[in-house]
Design a protein around this ligand. Sequence first.
Ligand code: HH2
Length: 267
Amino acid sequence: MQALDFSRPRIMGILNVTPDSFSDGGRYQATQAAVQRAHEMIAQGADLIDVGGESTRPGSDPVSAQEELRRVEPVLQQLIDQVKVPVSIDTCKPEVAKACLELGADLLNDVTGLRNPQMLELAADYKVPVVCMHMLGQPKTMQEKPVYKDVVQDIKAYFGERLQAAREAGVRQVILDPGLGFGKTVPHNLQLLQRLREFKDLGCPVLVGPSRKSFIGQVLNLDVHDRLEGTLAAVALAVWNGADCVRVHDVKETRRVVDLVQAIREA
Ligand code: HH2
């Protein structure tokens, strides 16, 4: 697999094959509904599809690798045959990652930030890029008073360590994601978006996932199904501030925003 091309900002469409994801849980549990949704997102302009079989919303309980695979495997099997865009697997479990790579998944999205060295070994063995997302603690407890000295500097220091480990393991491309909503207060999330460009110093593509997240709901006092404009504002600023990829549910609207911001950047 070649390194992914981030010569222009990319859109990663979210496909949650779960009963309990925070904004779309239960909608794409049936394989056909999930596959159809992936095709729809690609037609709307998604550059990548991210398939997930475990919710990591705040307070969620982990599911077994067996259950996660039962959810994602049939969807991946069809998608990998049918679509031309890269398909990623959103998992932190090496067993799940390996089975999906065997099926032909094109990249790994690890919300536990490559804490498990087996994820690095898999990315190196299968020669796939990997998203290293920062999370403080575990989903069950991560929102209980997260503390940083300086949220950007602390996360950069963490990335520096993981990048070193990734290089030593022979991983060819690491995409860095500060992990909006994963062990962060509202001000932390806002600062991460405001100062996103600082992550570019590390020399890797930067991905960000603001879609429908609770910091948007808290700033605007809006429920999860009413966060589209807030998400698009965050997407616009993220791309302006150097994001190479945005992970979103609402691909059609995001494509328009990203393309306009990019046109302004290039003008
Ligand atoms: N956010 C979620 C899940 N995976 N991966 C990356 N790289 N970055 C993110 O910000 C990110 C992620 C949570 O959102 P969602 O998939 O919509 O919800 P859930 O975890 O409830 O399935």
